[in-house]
Design a binder for this molecule. Sequence first.
Ligand code: ADP
Ligand code: ASP
Ligand code: MG
Length: 412
Amino acid sequence: MARIVMKFGGTSVADLDRIRNVAARVKREVDAGNEVAVVVSAMSGVTNQLVAWCQSLSPLHDAREYDTVVATGEQVTSGLTAIALQEMGVEARSWQGWQIPLRTDGAHGKARIDTVAADDIVARMARGQVAVVAGFQGIAPDNRVATLGRGGSDTSAVALAAALKAERCDIYTDVDGIYTTDPRIVAKARKLGKIAYEEMLELASVGAKVLQTRSVELAMKERVRVQVLSSFDGGNRLGSDLPGTLVVDEDEIVEKEIVAGIAYSRDEAKVTVRRVPDRPGIAAAIFGPLAGAGVNVDMIVQNVSADGTTDMTFTLGRSDLPRAHKTLDDNRAIIGYTELVTDTNVAKISVVGVGMRSHAGVANTMFRTLADKAINIQVISTSEIKVSVLIGADYTELAVRALHTAYGLDAA
Ligand code: ADP
Ligand code: ASP
Ligand code: MG
């Protein structure tokens, strides 16, 4: 007997047939004698619609009301999944974030999980009841619903697995594991049997949507065994028993590649603040107010100074652009820039691998490969195990495919 958390993403609960199939997959685990907690996402497409409604009414909408709206998708699927399980004779009960309670901080729209109360769920699991938890949501200190950022159900699942001291956290999705890059844009992507926490963390943080970044961070910290696997066996049916990808400690991986994977993100925006005075304190004058407005800035370059002024270019998440624009407008007099230029037609491409710590030349291969394809690099940033470049969005797929080949990652 094991205690397991099973998380099902949007495509796995996209309609009633698929929800029945999820229930059947859960029933199999229950019948095998396991204690099961299920975490569900909203039906695929639903969260996008809810977000779009908020944005249409007001681009700078109130984050608390945004949470009230976007958390509803998971309420629906948690109740439906519980009903489907009951219909199959499995005792089940749905749980919203506030009922558990799963407590978060006050950063509405991208809240972090503080605590998950597990006692009640554990007691019910011991009696054979399946907990069906609405992913993506919790309750903030202001007693209002909070959501965990896009893709946050993965983090709900890992946090629940940690709180329940579950043996496994199985993330069922629409691909059968973690690949060297998104298998939807590179047909030659290769499935990995294992990937190191650190590599997955870095890949997720630069755009590989298969796991939310915080879920990997939490799994690494709490030593949760995460497995990514498919909820489909080709058709619409659940129950693939093919092995997925395990996220593990680096030393569990025998054959280390220099580059483990390549990720891309089209959710970027580039901002250039033109002709700011080149003097001490200018970076603080720009990035301080942005941080205060909750905008995460990613890549930064400061151009060479001419006539005592300089251009500052940086990237941020596209959804933060309206807020960033307003903040910079409000602080224009203090910063003293002449012009603000924004560009959303950009993509960030990143190569990641722990082998980079000990091998030189990874960045050079990237630059040479992109140059051979006549792709212009606009901004570069690096970390110990990652190199990222910003390029024109139209070149995303070409760049990822060329790099995948250049690093020898193509499947045979
Ligand atoms: P879910 O709704 O189940 O949470 P997501 O759409 O959030 O599913 O994540 C799964 C998707 O992640 C896949 O369909 C795939 O297109 C994408 N993806 C991006 N990078 C990778 C990768 N390296 N390996 C596998 N899938 C990836
Ligand atoms: N439904 C939410 C989203 O689409 C959370 C998730 O799917 O993980 O972002
Ligand atoms: Mg997801």
